[in-house]
Design a protein around this ligand. Structure first.
Ligand code: SF4
Length: 343
């Protein structure tokens, strides 16, 4: 079986090189070609002798993903559909911001968490992605850009619950932020979870990336209705884990709150949310539900959204209304299904 080099860390790559009769510095060269220079084939690895290129070609798995489509939205958001080697499909979404690009990547094919507002959740779970399948999304998108260095931010908010694929995600993060890997700043990598408490606790010890929590309700009854995970890890327990999460100076935890008409958008919901988050270094992203996320739910009218925001800002929270991008190509929050679409 071929070795999946993009999923190995520096030490493991070195071991692989030594096991194949190469000097350790060759591992650093190969890693540089794969993760930094984004080499698509061994032929690109010009400073390696032909015998080493042939060895890598023969022994290493280089391209675990195949691009199926890439659709661009009216607002510039671009959605990539990738096929894994076993045929499953995953999506990544490239979001243009004012002065940089953010890439939203997937950690699983499908998802087992069953959040009601989410198309991925309704599809069910297919399988976990390997570390290299996570990293390859970033590599392939970078390769498609005129200015790959404009892609500075990575968010684990695509298909799947990243903390349900903990080991692979942490391993992928290691190569994303390693200086001799893809060299992203750990301050610009964000992992978003529906609230798997034991893994939130582990994450704080294992990485220094940003944490985002998909909260969506301030009382257990509503949250359990929207997010089955809440029955296992209710809000008090979840927020306790957030309070204990080691935050570097000036960093905050982002709480995502999808606003749904008549379900979690009342004044009393905003007041309860403010009470729940009091004392936490928190910022709140208010995301009006995307039409089509769930047939019997809809986004609130704009005046309700503004009122919800006002209640939070009066209580000194940073609460930002996030306009979802890429709705026309089903690339917005909760819309990823891995279904092939044509322009
Ligand atoms: S919102 Fe996230 S955790 Fe919930 S079902 Fe969708 S992909 Fe899974």
């Amino acid at each position: 079986m071929k070795t999946d080099l993009k999923g190995l860390n520096a030490r493991e790559t070195e071991q692989w090189a030594v096991d194949h009769g190469l000097e350790p510095y060759r591992a650093r060269q190969i890693r540089h070609w794969l993760l930094n220079r984004l080499a698509a084939s061994c032929e690109d690895m010009q400073n390696l002798p032909k015998r080493i290129r042939s060895l890598v070609q023969k022994e290493a798995l280089l391209g675990p993903l195949e691009e199926v489509t890439a659709l661009t939205s009216d607002d510039g958001t671009r959605k990539y559909l990738f096929r894994l080697q076993d045929g499953h499909l995953v999506e990544s979404v490239l979001i243009p911001e004012r002065d940089h690009l953010t890439l939203c990547i997937s950690s699983q094919a499908g998802c087992a968490m069953g959040c009601r507002f989410c198309s991925t959740g309704r599809q069910g779970f297919k399988r976990n992605l390997a570390p290299s399948e996570i990293i390859e999304q970033v590599i392939m998108v970078k390769r498609s850009l005129n200015n790959p260095e404009h892609l500075t931010n990575i968010v684990f908010m695509g298909m799947g619950e990243p903390l349900a694929n903990y080991d692979a995600v942490v391993r992928a993060i290691e190569n994303l932020i390693a200086q001799d890997g893809m060299n992203f700043s750990h301050r610009k990598v964000t992992l978003s979870t529906c609230g798997l408490v034991p893994e939130i606790e582990r994450l704080g010890h294992d990485t220094t990336v940003n944490l985002a929590v998909s909260l969506n309700a301030a009382d257990d009854e509503t949250r359990s209705r929207l997010m089955p995970v809440n029955r296992k890890y209710p809000i008090t327990r979840l927020l306790q884990a957030c309070r204990e999460f080691p935050l570097p100076n000036r960093r905050m935890i982002t709480f995502e709150y999808i606003l749904i008409n008549g379900i979690n958008d009342r004044d009393q919901d905003a007041l309860k949310l403010a009470r729940r988050l009091s004392g936490l270094r928190a910022k709140i992203n208010l995301i009006p539900l995307n039409p089509g996320s769930e047939a019997d739910m809809s986004p609130p009218p704009m005046e309700r959204i503004l009122r919800f925001q006002e209640i939070l800002t009066h209580r000194h929270f940073t609460a930002i209304i996030r306009k979802s991008k890429g709705r026309d190509i089903l690339a917005a929050c909760g819309q990823l299904t891995g279904a092939s679409m044509h322009p």
